[in-house]
Design a protein around this ligand. Structure first.
Ligand SMILES: [Zn+2]
Length: 489
């Protein structure tokens, strides 16, 4: 293996990892962003990329290959000399150009040989990106070509250079899953989920989540996963929580060219800002008017630097959240910044079994921040686990006080959204959660799922559910020996 990847801490399906790149003799902390370096136009210098936080960059081997002057320089000075970046350099292959123009001048053998010759650390075969909403037949046919390209690339003698396995399959989760499993079977070093940029550009974050989860299911948890072309700070927390480790994007530079300013809540044009809401070195002591008055190349450079600073700051925040065990709370806060992100977060929570498998069982604390918190993996896991806890013949599950419940063999608290909570677990994670004082019907319905599970697991016991004024509509589906009393009556 030309790369090794070690996961240190998990939260939801996100993880903090170390990617070792032996050909560059270094380790990269993940999750991270690889800024795209355009070999023709360097908006910011390579040393400035590192200053902003880049540990690794990506450039396009196809552009270098097809531009005679760049090609000659790359062959002479190597990629490191051409790009000027002191760290691992990944290269893309021209797939984007293939998707855009329908044909390109190279095949996988030629471009992989070229990537090896110029000293790329991680090379990419010529895969065929299939756009969203393509028919299953078209996506399958194009997948075949991508698989052949991957098979060709991994069969070549490329020394220490790592090979990326692109995963396509359009918006068909079953094809993405299948493509991921096939690429994994071929044995790549890194796996890259492709053709998600059109989804991101049209704010289809829910489908992006489906595509990531499907690919991850096909890949398994051990390998590093890259999301091709994705690099807006607003979506890092969500995409990491879904299972991505690496991102790359030219957005920092492209947006800067248009005078656009990235924030964790979206993109704004410099003209729309009256002040710069950011603590990065570019923004402190600067004003939107001051930036706008700069000569265009300098304005572009400074905006690009801000865009990078804000991106890397968000990635550090994501890592800190994984470390503290509150990544989903960060996702939840980001989801409040844009309705499309809220769609994405809600969709992620529908993949409950997937999240439960990856989420770590013990964390610092659980904050119930919104209705969506009720669907978090910690709640689902609790509801599965309590079914194994023994109960007596007469069981009370109550929002009231257990002290006076002398007529029962067992008394548990009823805590929305968790459901029944054994007294002994009341002070342990996650049911020691900090929750809003007023629970909603949705949280009560989620709690009742836990009640129903517990009742079903103990058919010989009789249950009494004591609630405080719950609507009848939240108390449906109770079967077996169950009495319901309203403590407020
Ligand atoms: Zn800034």
């Amino acid at each position: 293996m030309a790369l090794s990847f070690e996961t240190r801490l998990q939260d939801a399906a996100g993880r903090i990892g170390r990617l070792s790149v032996p050909s560059a003799d270094c380790e990269v902390a993940t999750p991270t962003l690889l800024p795209v370096v355009n070999p023709n136009i360097q908006t910011v210098g390579a040393d400035e990329l590192a200053t902003a936080g880049a540990e690794m960059v990506i450039t396009n081997a196809y552009i270098i290959y097809t531009t005679p002057s760049l090609r000659a320089r790359a062959r002479k000075e190597g990629l490191e000399g051409l790009v000027g970046f002191d760290g691992p350099i990944m290269t893309d292959s021209g797939s984007f150009q293939l998707a855009t123009y329908g044909e390109i001048e190279v095949d996988t053998t030629e471009i992989i040989e070229f990537q090896a010759a110029i000293g790329s650390d991680i090379a990419t075969p010529v895969d065929l990106p299939t756009a969203p909403d393509a028919s299953v037949a078209q996506a399958e046919e194009e997948l075949q070509l991508t698989q052949e390209a991957i098979a060709r690339a991994v069969s070549m003698e490329t020394g220490e250079m790592a090979i990326t396995g692109p995963i396509q399959g359009s918006t068909h989760p079953s094809l993405r899953r299948q493509a991921a499993a096939a690429a994994r079977a071929l044995g790549c070093d890194l796996y890259a989920i492709g053709a998600v940029v059109p989804l991101l550009n049209s704010y289809r974050y829910a489908e992006m989540v489906d595509v990531i989860v499907a690919a991850k299911e096909g890949l398994g948890p051990a390998v590093p996963v890259h999301l091709f072309g994705a690099g807006h700070p607003m979506m890092f927390a969500l995409a990491v929580a879904a299972g991505c480790d690496l991102f790359d994007s030219a957005a920092y530079a492209l947006y800067a060219r248009d005078g656009r300013y990235l924030t964790v809540a979206g993109t704004v044009h410099l003209d729309e800002l009256s002040t710069l809401p950011c603590a990065c070195p570019v923004c402190v002591g600067q004003s939107p008017a001051g930036l706008a008055a700069l000569a265009s190349a300098e304005r572009e450079r400074q905006l690009a630097m801000h865009n990078l600073y804000v991106s890397f700051a968000e990635l550090r925040r994501v890592r800190a959240a994984i470390s503290a065990g509150n990544l989903l709370e960060l996702v939840e806060r980001r989801a409040r910044g844009h309705p499309a992100l809220l769609d994405g977060y809600r969709r992620l929570l529908t993949h409950g079994a997937y999240l439960e498998r990856h989420d770590r069982a013990s964390k610092g604390g659980f904050f119930g921040l919104s209705g969506e918190s009720a669907d978090r993996p910690e709640v689902r896991r609790h509801q599965h686990r309590i079914t194994a806890v023994p109960v007596g013949a007469e069981v009370l599950i109550t929002e009231g006080d257990c002290g006076a419940a002398t007529d029962f063999d067992t008394c548990w608290r009823l805590v929305p959204p968790f459901g029944p909570v054994p007294t002994a677990l009341r002070d342990t994670y996650p049911t020691n959660a900090t929750l809003p004082a007023r629970t909603t019907d949705a949280e009560r319905r989620r709690a009742l799922v836990g009640v129903r599970r517990l009742v079903a697991a103990h058919p010989d016991s009789s249950f009494t559910i004591a609630h405080r004024g719950w609507a009848a509509s939240t108390l449906t589906g109770l079967q077996g020996d169950v009495a319901v009393i309203d403590l407020t009556e």
